[in-house]
Design a protein around this ligand. Structure first.
Ligand code: TYD
Length: 136
C-alpha cells in the first residue's frame, strides 16, 4: 500500500521574475481538493502528525524550508525529505504519518480530499494496526 504514496512533480513555470507552480484537483493529483491547511511557526525539534486517516487523501508540499515525512502502512516504512515547492508527497488513505526535522521558518501546506472530520482519524497506532488486521 505504501507504494501508492509517491512524490508528484508539479508543473513549474520558470520565470526570471519568480517561478510559479500550480495544482489542479483531479488533474495533477488523484483527488478533488476540498480543504487546504498549513503548518507554520513550527518550533525546532517539534513533531507533527502521529495519526492515520481512514479515507482522506492528501498532498503535502514544503512551501518554504524543509521537513521529513515518515510514512508507515503497518508493514513497511518510508521516509521522504521535502524541500522544494514544486514537489508534493501524495498520501493515500490508511497510512500512519509523522512529520519532523522542520527547518526554521518552514511552511508545510496540505491539500486534502475532504473537509476536517475527527471521525476519519486513527490517533492510536495499535487501533490503526488492528483495523488493518495486522497483529504485532
Ligand atoms: P492534527 O491533524 O492532529 O495536526 P497535525 O497532524 O498537523 O499534527 O490537528 C491538530 C488540531 O487542529 C486538532 O485539534 C484538529 C484541528 N484541525 C482542524 O480543526 N481542522 C483541520 O483542517 C486540521 C488539519 C486540524
Amino acid at each position: 500500500m505504501i507504494d501508492k504514496c509517491k512524490i508528484i512533480e508539479l508543473p513549474k513555470i520558470k520565470d526570471p521574475r519568480g517561478n510559479l507552480t500550480f495544482v489542479e484537483g483531479g488533474k495533477h493529483i488523484p483527488f478533488e481538493i476540498q480543504r487546504v491547511y498549513y503548518l507554520y511557526d513550527v518550533p525546532g525539534g517539534a513533531e507533527r502528525g502521529g495519526h492515520a486517516h481512514k479515507e482522506l487523501q492528501q498532498l503535502i508540499i514544503a512551501m518554504s524550508g524543509s521537513f521529513d515525512v515518515l510514512l508507515d502502512d503497518g508493514t513497511e516504512k518510508k521516509r521522504f525529505y521535502l524541500n522544494r515547492s514544486y514537489y508534493g508527497l501524495y498520501i493515500c488513505p490508511m497510512i500512519w504519518r509523522e512529520l519532523d526535522n522542520f527547518s526554521s521558518g518552514s511552511v508545510c501546506m496540505v491539500l486534502a480530499s475532504n473537509l476536517y472530520d475527527e471521525a476519519d482519524y486513527y490517533r492510536d497506532y495499535q487501533e490503526f494496526l488492528d483495523n488493518l488486521g495486522i497483529t504485532k
